[in-house]
Write a protein that binds this ligand. Structure first.
Ligand SMILES: *[C@@H]1O[C@H](CO)[C@@H](O)[C@H](O)[C@H]1NC(C)=O
Ligand SMILES: *[C@@H]1O[C@H](CO)[C@@H](O)[C@H](O)[C@H]1NC(C)=O
Length: 180
């Protein structure tokens, strides 16, 4: 071989290796998403797969630890969206009775997700702490359900739907922490 074909060979090897690494790291994340979603505590596997595969940071997570962290971040984002929705209801007359409970509840859910996320890196019991915190957050989604679940107005129904999704996501987060 001439030195230029040697060089070409070397460059193609490096390029293939990079593609291979890229490919395997993508595969690792898909495998990890399946591991979490197949866990019985994730409860709704279909919802879990749909949610995590639609979230780019989860799909591009390099390993399981990163996937767990971004899953908790997604929980914070979902909780903040709901807190924002509730904040927008402050002036709605029909919602007045429910506002304070729902507003407090969702700010608690945001806090719980943020603190689970910061607990997780703490050794040696951060993982247990994070699991407990995520479990406790479901007391607050339950409180929202108890507060507005029987209402028939459009706003309550919308918040109820959002709360059921939040609750499903809490199961995913709980399952994910087991794999950290
Ligand atoms: C599970 O999630 C899917 C997708 O969100 C939904 O269509 C289905 O109704 C859910 N199943 C249960 C039992 O909640
Ligand atoms: C909603 O709850 C948070 C936390 O409890 C509080 O800081 C905020 O002032 C409340 N929002 C409104 C509009 O009352």
């Amino acid at each position: 071989m001439t030195s230029s074909s040697n060089c070409f060979f070397l460059v193609s090897m490096v390029v293939s290796l990079l593609f291979f690494l890229e490919f395997t790291s993508t595969m690792a994340s898909t495998k990890d998403i399946y591991a979490i979603c197949n866990d019985p505590s994730a409860i709704n596997k279909t919802f879990c797969l749909q949610t995590l595969t639609a979230y780019p940071p989860a799909v591009s997570a390099k390993n399981m630890d990163e996937l767990v962290r971004v899953t908790l971040d997604l929980g914070t984002t979902l909780a903040k969206e709901r807190a924002g929705f509730v904040a927008g209801l402050k002036k709605e007359a029909t919602f007045k009775k429910y506002f304070e409970t729902c507003n407090d509840s969702y700010s608690q859910v945001v806090n719980y997700f943020e603190s689970a996320r910061s607990q997780i890196d703490e050794k040696p019991h951060g993982k247990d702490g994070a699991s407990l915190i995520i479990l406790e957050s479901s007391d607050y989604t339950q409180l929202v359900k108890d507060t507005i679940g029987k209402n028939t107005d459009k706003t309550s129904k919308r918040l109820m739907e959002m709360t059921l999704v939040m609750e499903d996501f809490i199961h995913i987060a709980f399952a994910a922490i087991n794999y950290y």
